[in-house]
Design a protein around this ligand. Structure first.
Ligand code: ATP
Length: 197
């Protein structure tokens, strides 16, 4: 079985926080592969400022093109919306019987995990990797047995910060992979108004 980590998110846009974390999980052999699962519609997030899903997928693919063991998936695009993770995991198991799936999430998402649809079923059937995010502490000793804390280096930015910087004409260099910054500029995404990123 190929141990496949599912790292779901809006990736609006993808940034180094996402990429470095996925890379570290593969390098440290917590999983064999990580798939950035681009969510067309997150049931718990507002839709304003959300770039087209195909554009977000394209950026995610650019971001991980050179990262071994990490890919970006459009698997949720063909599923009913909004995208509920339990359904994604169920369908993934059907589609890829030679893989075992582990859910990857930041501590911010772990905190609100009980609000996720069928969170108890997810917890019962899958292992979960949680990692620290600024502002969301995780009590490692209180985690259920199939939930493990991955001590990843903190990358302090979020997609929200990056969108805001783009809108204000500020540089996002060093926050997203260069190919992503270039595509954002070329496509004039997120209110882009600068000549150079
Ligand atoms: P937004 O600011 O638009 O809410 P985000 O930056 O939090 O977006 P998402 O696409 O919602 O990004 O994130 C997908 C996953 O990536 C989530 O599990 C989230 O916890 C995680 N994540 C977001 N930012 C970082 C970061 N800087 N470092 C590590 N993980 C991150």
């Amino acid at each position: 079985m190929t141990r496949t980590g599912i790292f779901g998110g809006s990736f609006n846009p993808v940034h180094f926080g996402h990429v470095r974390l996925a890379q570290a999980l593969v390098e440290r052999k917590w999983v064999d592969e990580v798939w950035l699962m681009v969510s067309p519609q997150n049931p718990l997030k507002a839709q304003a400022d959300l770039a087209d899903e195909h554009v977000r997928l394209e950026l995610a693919r650019l971001a991980v093109a050179d990262v071994s063991g990490v890919g970006a998936s459009d698997f949720e695009f063909q599923l009913p919306r909004p995208s509920y993770t339990w359904r994604t995991l169920e369908r993934l198991e059907e589609a890829f019987p030679d893989r075992s799936f582990t859910l990857i999430m930041g501590a911010d998402n772990w905190r609100i995990f009980p609000q996720w649809r069928r969170s108890e079923d997810i917890l019962f059937r899958y292992s979960i990797i949680v990692y620290p995010r600024g502002g969301s502490a995780v009590d490692e000793l209180a985690l259920p047995p199939n939930v493990r804390l991955f001590h990843a280096p903190l990358f302090p930015w979020s997609s929200t910060v990056i969108r805001s910087r783009i809108r204000q004409g500020e540089s996002i260099s060093g926050m997203v992979p260069p190919a992503v910054a270039k595509a954002i500029a070329q496509k004039r995404l997120y209110g882009y108004c600068r000549k150079e990123v």
